[in-house]
Design a protein around this ligand. Structure first.
Ligand code: GLV
Ligand code: MG
Length: 325
């Protein structure tokens, strides 16, 4: 959930929303003249807390602005230990991430925080950034996620659409497939999360649902929301149908039986051949969508913390065998 840090009302409201992560934005949703005040409001909101169960992120301004270093210092020194990740926008080359990594290292030492406590999410939102995305993904051990920024990206490549995250008229395929896929592969090659950006047409629930469904199906770990009305739709699309979850559990069970009791590495299940690769696929489904009563993920800055209960049907009650088979 992206919240302009310049709005006390929105900051207060965001605390009660069922989102995995809240991002206090100091960048593009804050007018240039409001930047210093927004910085102060962000620090106050971080100190006040109340974000329990949510990852807390601050989006600082990009490295070409005069605000970036002050943003980083203000939130790290003003509210030490409260921020899980900083989101660095408009990352066009790995140097920007290295800059933030070095600065955070100094600030952590000075504030007595554990080294590496603050993670980085790099936003890829122009042609140069996408062209360098593999190097950016490898630029710092602090990186936890790559985030696609459709609005800036569409502007950067000259895509003819004024709806952020929407499809341009005249093009008959999915105009966002290439950047989304490229970013996803770069992220996963480095063990990072891949996060899709916003869909700005708040009243267009169907358009948002289609965009979220598409990113989730591709393998994305999450998607931004800009408004409370978008939260349930995106949570819903990123939660697996219970059928998938139940089938993943059945695959794990059947494969476990086949390999241990029958000593066979490939067996038929419901007319489909399953083997070690099927087990990996099933584990990925089970791991991503932990049951609602599972213990929370370890408190690192990398994961979505809200456990997911598969949606619909009896599959939600299926308990899969433990990961590892
Ligand atoms: C978000 O920052 C975007 O540019 O879409
Ligand atoms: Mg942007």
């Amino acid at each position: 959930m992206s919240v302009p840090a310049s709005s006390e009302r929105f900051l207060a409201k965001a605390r009660g929303l069922p989102v995995d992560e809240v991002m206090l934005d100091l960048e593009d949703s804050v007018a240039p003249g409001a930047k210093p005040a927004a910085r102060e409001l962000a620090v106050a909101a971080l100190r006040d807390g109340g974000w329990d169960g949510k990852l807390v992120a601050v989006r600082v301004n990009d490295v070409t602005t005069p605000w970036a270093y002050q943003d980083v210092i203000a939130v790290t020194e003003g509210a030490p230990g409260t921020v899980d990740t900083l989101i660095l926008p408009k990352v066009s080359d790995p140097g920007a991430v290295v800059w933030l990594d070095v600065l955070l290292g100094q600030l952590e030492r000075s504030a007595g925080l554990a080294p590496g406590r603050i993670g980085i999410e790099a936003q890829i939102e122009d042609a140069a950034g996408l062209a360098a995305v593999e190097a950016i993904a490898a630029a710092s051990p602090r990186l936890v996620a790559l985030v696609f920024g459709p609005a800036d990206f569409m502007a950067s490549i000259g895509m003819r659409s004024l709806t952020v995250g929407g499809q341009p008229a005249g093009y008959s395929f999915d105009a966002h497939h290439y950047p989304l896929m490229r970013l996803l592969v770069a992220a996963k090659a480095r063990g990072l999360q891949a996060i899709d950006g916003p869909y700005a047409k708040i009243g267009d629930a169907d358009g948002l649902r289609a965009a979220a469904a598409s990113a989730a199906a591709l393998g994305y770990d999450g998607k931004w929301v800009l408004h409370p009305a978008q939260v349930d739709i995106v949570n819903d699309e990123f939660t697996p149908p219970s059928d998938d979850y139940a089938r993943a559990a059945r695959i794990l069970e059947a494969y476990e039986r086949a390999t241990t009791e029958d000593r066979r590495g490939a067996v038929m299940l419901d007319g489909e051949m399953i083997d070690e690769a099927s087990r990996k696929l099933a584990l990925a489904i089970v791991a991503r969508y932990r049951r609602g009563d599972d213990p929370p993920a370890p408190p690192d800055h990398g994961g979505l913390r809200t456990p997911r209960t598969p949606r619909g049907g009896d599959g939600a009650k299926t308990t899969p065998p433990p990961p590892g088979g």
